[in-house]
Write a protein that binds this ligand. Sequence first.
Ligand SMILES: [Zn+2]
Length: 117
Amino acid sequence: MRKYLFARGFRYRKNDKRLPGSPDIVLPKYKTVIFVNGCFWHGHTGCKYFVWPQNNADFWREKIQCNIERDKNNYDKLKQLGWNVVLVWECELKKHRRDETLLSLISQIKSTYNPEV
Ligand SMILES: [Zn+2]
């Protein structure tokens, strides 16, 4: 995904720890951050790669619930700082969906870009 963005002329920083949640990709020019979320750890609702574990169900529920809360907090903070937050799920980067995902990613990045400002 990074190679794809780079090849299309997007310049970015990786894992920027100065920003809430240290986003995987930061595109300063577009005021956009991208998170690539694992479907299990970040609780991708409705995703076939995300099922609640049967063993230690309470433990996992709490752990994943906690990740989801933390994610949400970070996204809110970033939005308040004026960032456009884009989420990409791991399942969306699987071979058969990748092209579609990357195209929509580009349009999401560009949609908020206003070179006049
Ligand atoms: Zn998923």
